[in-house]
Design a protein around this ligand. Structure first.
Ligand SMILES: Cc1cc2nc3c(=O)[nH]c(=O)nc-3n(C[C@H](O)[C@H](O)[C@H](O)COP(=O)(O)O)c2cc1C
Length: 464
């Protein structure tokens, strides 16, 4: 039986297939689809040997090869960490800070692995971007007890309460300068390895978002106070990256269009920020929303539920302030109707997270095979809230799918009851193991053990 899909209004998908030229790098995206960042946690990990950690594995390379064949205009990796002492999670890809001048590109295993990763992600013509991240205060206590942030404001609410993050210290000017250098080094390193560009992660409450946020950034020096000051770190990184990379290197950023937080980073500020980003020659601005303190990857308003994209009402306020940079919107988009609507609202493209793990070839399905909607999962459905439709279940399903693809297996059909029962069994086991996890273990992803794996590319559902 073919999978069940979200139903869309009748619509011509061809605007989604039109190429897009980026304003500063002049790179051309083959279409408007972006596979957005999703942390894979599939890199090497040894807490006692950070030099052996964070190297892309063959599984990661295979995962990106399948996305590379999927017809995406742009592929963004999951967050790659620029400071080995501040991880988003064990199993993250990490960049070494040793100078490029001493790098042996013929023998260095990390460099060679990144080269293979870029080649796999680009093999179908997608523009391949590395998402660079420093989590700041959002790093697990077990891995870093003394995190750095804009100020010493601890994250204790929302998802923050669940993870028990340490109390951060305010970054010294020396630390800021090291952080900047690490971002710039990472971009130059990855350009050498064959990446088309980078995306700075300045959304969802990570370090660059902590600097932007009036609640996390209480500084009184030139990195705090006005929006220009709070965005200074981003601007200086951007200028550094432009100076260290070639003219056709793509510079992108992911920001929040709204934080749903009292006194948090606001939509008005996001509108001012995009104008500033253009001055620093960002090619692409991806608009998202929410933080660990106030998660928002679901519908907060009835009015957005009707339009699918969680942040569309905010993105529409931000997009008119952008003159040259290309804007993408991410979060909740599931039908071709909503995708085309986003373009008609003035955005240049659509970002897809969870659906890209369910269907790595989604752009081909839509542009060539006439599909009008993403596969509708029986759990983790973005249009419903709570219980089996909570963010945690949906995100875990995406993780389980990524794991399957990385093992060259076809991701289970989440609209099929037998398959979803298998996933839920694995999910229960994964949740039970969570508190017992040691520092050595990667949190990894839910394993679906009760459904016989099919080789990648075999698409019938288990009840067929
Ligand atoms: C498993 C998983 C991991 C994620 N990791 C990242 C990440 O590394 N960086 C990031 O910017 N967003 C991350 N996100 C958020 C997604 O990029 C996206 O903003 C969110 O899933 C909403 O889009 P969607 O409704 O199309 O899934 C992650 C989401 C999922 C499901």
């Amino acid at each position: 039986m073919p999978p069940t899909r979200y139903t869309s209004r009748a619509v011509d998908p061809s605007p989604l297939g039109s190429p897009l030229t980026l304003p500063f790098s002049s790179v051309v995206l083959q279409n408007r689809f972006m596979k957005v960042a999703m942390t894979e946690r599939l890199a090497t990990w040894d807490p006692d040997d950070i030099n052996a950690s964070g190297i892309p594995t063959q599984q990661l390379i295979d995962l990106y090869g399948h996305w590379g064949d999927g017809g995406w205009g742009t592929i963004v990796t999951g967050n790659i960490i620029i400071d080995p002492t501040h991880l988003e999670a064990a199993g993250n890809m990490i960049l070494a800070s040793s100078p490029l001048s001493s790098l042996n590109t013929q023998t260095d295993p990390r460099f060679i692995a990144y080269q293979k990763l870029a080649a796999a992600g680009k093999r179908g013509g997608s523009v391949f971007l590395a998402q660079l991240n420093h989590p700041g205060r959002q790093t697990e206590f077990a891995l870093q007890e003394n995190p750095v942030s804009a100020s010493d404001v601890q994250l204790t609410k929302g998802i923050g309460a669940l993870y028990a993050f340490g109390k951060p210290h305010a970054a010294s000017l020396d630390e800021i300068s090291h952080i900047k250098a690490a971002f710039v080094h990472a971009a130059a390193y990855l350009e050498k390895a064959g990446f088309d560009g980078i995306q700075l992660h300045a959304a969802h409450g990570y370090l660059l978002a902590q600097f932007l946020s009036p609640t996390a950034n209480l500084r009184t020096d030139s990195y705090g106070g006005s929006l220009t000051n709070r965005a200074r770190l981003i601007a200086e990184i951007a200028d550094g990256v432009r100076g260290a990379t070639g003219p056709d290197f793509v510079l992108a950023i992911k920001i929040n269009s709204v934080e749903f937080q009292d006194a948090g980073f606001s939509t008005e500020e996001a509108a001012q920020l995009v104008a500033l980003l253009e001055e620093h020659r960002f090619d692409i601005v991806e608009l998202s929303g929410g933080t660990y303190e106030s998660p928002a990857w679901h519908h907060k308003r009835e009015s957005t539920r009707r339009r699918e994209a969680f942040f569309i009402e905010f993105a529409e306020l931000v997009a008119p302030h952008v003159e040259r940079a290309r804007t993408f919107i991410t979060g909740g988009i599931r039908t071709v109707g909503a995708m085309v609507d986003a373009l008609e609202s003035g955005l240049d493209g659509v970002g897809l997270g969870r659906p890209s793990a369910t269907e790595p070839r989604l752009p081909i399905e839509i542009l060539r095979n006439g599909q009008k909607g993403c596969i509708k999962p029986l759990v983790g459905d973005t249009n419903v809230l709570g219980g089996e439709d909570s963010w945690g279940v949906g995100a875990s399903l995406a993780g389980a799918h990524m794991l399957q693809i990385s093992l060259n297996q076809q991701p289970i059909d989440p609209s099929d009851q037998t398959s979803i029962d298998g996933f839920l069994k694995g999910f229960e086991k994964w949740v039970a193991a969570f508190p017992k996890r040691s520092k050595r273990e990667v949190l990894d992803h839910v394993r679906i053990e009760t459904v016989k794996p099919r080789p990648y590319g075999v698409v019938e559902s288990s009840t067929a």
